[in-house]
Design a protein around this ligand. Structure first.
Ligand code: FAD
Length: 512
């Protein structure tokens, strides 16, 4: 064998201390044991975006990788449990449906459960009432009943089908991860980056310069600087691809309010005249926001809608944010990888931003470069992350497009716009025989697609013809059994607030 051994990366610099920066620091801190120095630079003066309270179940994988105890995490971030998202007024005004985490019924001989349900629903008159599809999903039934417990580890138990994520205070999560990272040897530097020095030969970033004159050198730079994308965008000039023509919302207002009523174990997303409002229950308050398209709605009207929809007193001033949905053309360029808002943003409708951060981190670890920053790792990273952003984008567009709403110019635009071909073919498959094929490596499961398609589309023309190989009577018996079992299992769960009180209530009296 000839050739010299690759030089390992010895210095990693993370710019930004929001959720993305501290998630990256916590995950990369394991490299300190191999002699890699990790430095994080953040600016108190600039601060963080301060929103991002809802997550999806993949966060379990990230927390598990870091060895985080779940009850401790829930207490520290004043979290609640999230069994799904309730969509109100999306397909048409007056409709509501749940996108639950977890699965519908049980697949039979390779056939998705909803196919059986569709056939039996068509026969409903003869076969008795089959009920809503939701009634065959434990997460949905528990969510509607305001109940929660952790899933069973026994795959044969119906309780194993329960999926869940969290609502949390993102600022507290960043603080929690900061403590872990600093304990693991990450160096935090408070300071404002004012310039980025590049190597004259390679064009790679050599150092960032701070306002107080300090210069932080590194080999690998992780850009977590938020929407400005200081390194990947401003310094390296990687362009931003806008998807605003498909996702026209470009503004958000956010305000916390006093908790009102029962602690719901799900997020609520209520569609309005030019966007939608979120309601996210935490242990100590409710997070609220209004995401809207400024081309179709004034800020003042959006604020009125938000404040009128609160179910508790506002606890702070309304914060205003502007954004453009889209992603950088490449998320890894030279010796710089962008995570979080510095890389892209797809609006919070399905709470995917934190997931995309963790996915970027996981892929960075699995494709970790040496100091030559050769092309194959970077290209594969860009391919995988680019695809993931596109898949998430399609799923979010579906919510806006699959509607019969015609009560505003915004909905007329969304309903009639040209959609990506990748999404159009999914909708066609559904409309024909209710088939859903999961993309390879796609984040959203078939059950997630089924939830939104069934929740917003008109009933499909037909169902999978292979369902007719199953006996109608046996299918009816099986479905009755599933519905009964799920109903009883949900009824036996503790109320969401009781579960939290018993296992993981935050110490609010002594909170900082
Ligand atoms: P930021 O929080 O903006 O952090 C940027 C960091 O860079 C800060 O520490 C800042 O001080 C630092 N910085 C910037 N410039 C400099 C400089 N010159 N020198 C030094 N430091 C600098 N995601 C979800 O998963 N779920 C949600 O429910 C959700 N809701 C959202 C709602 C809205 C309206 C928006 C806009 C986003 C939402 N997100 C959500 C996205 C989520 O907020 C972000 O993905 C997440 O907070 C990560 O942000 P970040 O760390 O990339 O950026």
């Amino acid at each position: 064998m000839t050739g010299s051994a690759p030089q390992p990366v010895r210095k990693v610099v993370i710019v930004g201390g929001g959720t993305a920066g501290w998630m990256a620091a916590a995950a990369l801190s394991r490299l300190t044991a191999a002699g890699v120095a990790i430095t994080l630079v953040e600016s108190d003066e600039i601060g963080t975006i301060g929103v991002g309270e809802a997550t999806i179940p993949s966060l379990h994988d990230f927390n598990r990788m870091l060895g985080i105890d779940e009850d401790e995490f829930v207490r520290a971030t004043r979290a609640t449990f999230k069994l799904g998202i309730e969509f109100v007024d999306w397909g048409r005004r007056g409709d509501r449906y749940l996108h639950p985490f977890g699965t519908y019924g049980r697949d039979v001989q390779g056939l998705k459960f909803h196919q059986l349900w569709l056939r039996q629903a068509r026969l409903a008159g003869a076969m008795g009432d089959v009920g809503r599809l939701d009634e065959y999903c434990l997460s949905a039934v528990a969510a509607h009943a305001g109940r929660f417990t952790r899933p069973s580890a026994d795959p044969a138990a119906v309780l194993a089908s329960l999926g869940y994520a969290f609502h949390f205070d993102a600022g507290l999560y960043a603080r929690f991860l900061r403590n872990m990272s600093e304990e693991a040897g990450v160096t935090r530097i408070e300071g404002k980056v004012v310039a980025v020095d590049r190597d004259a030969v390679t064009g790679h970033i050599a150092a960032v310069a701070l306002a107080d004159g300090r210069r932080i050198e590194g080999e690998l730079f992780v850009d977590c600087s938020g929407f400005r994308a200081l390194l990947l965008g401003e310094a390296l000039g990687v362009r931003f691809t806008s998807w605003q023509h498909w996702l026209p919302c470009d503004s958000a207002l956010a305000v916390p309010s006093a908790s009102g009523g029962a602690l719901l174990p799900y997020t609520r997303a209520t569609a309005g005249r030019a966007g939608w409002r979120w309601r996210i229950p935490l242990q100590h308050r409710t997070g609220n926001g209004h995401v809207y398209a400024s081309a179709f709605c004034s800020d003042a009207a959006a604020e009125d809608d938000l404040l009128q929809g609160l179910d508790g007193a506002a606890l702070a001033e309304v914060r205003k944010l502007r954004f453009v949905a889209g992603v950088r053309e490449r998320l890894w360029e030279g010796n710089c990888v962008a995570l979080g808002l510095a890389g892209g943003f797809l609006e919070p409708l399905e709470s995917t931003s934190i997931h995309l951060i963790q996915s970027g981190i996981a892929r960075l670890l699995s494709l970790f470069p040496d100091a030559s920053f050769a092309g194959p790792e970077r290209d594969e990273y860009n391919r995988l992350l680019g695809l993931e952003y596109q898949q998430v984008r399609d799923f979010i567009i579906l919510h806006y497009h699959a509607t019969t709403r015609n009560d505003s110019a915004f909905w007329d635009h969304c309903r009639t716009m040209q959609i990506p071909a990748s999404l159009a073919s999914k909708i066609d498959l559904w409309r024909s025989k209710a088939r859903v094929i999961r993309d390879q490596g796609g984040l959203f499961t078939e059950d997630s697609w089924i939830a939104v398609l069934a929740g917003q589309e008109a009933p499909p023309a037909s169902y999978d013809p292979l369902v007719d190989t199953l006996s109608i009577e046996e299918s009816a018996r099986f479905m009755r059994h599933m519905r009964d079992l799920i109903g009883k299992t949900a009824a036996a769960m503790p109320r969401h607030e009781d579960f939290i009180a018993r296992h993981c209530r935050a110490d609010l009296a002594n909170a900082a």
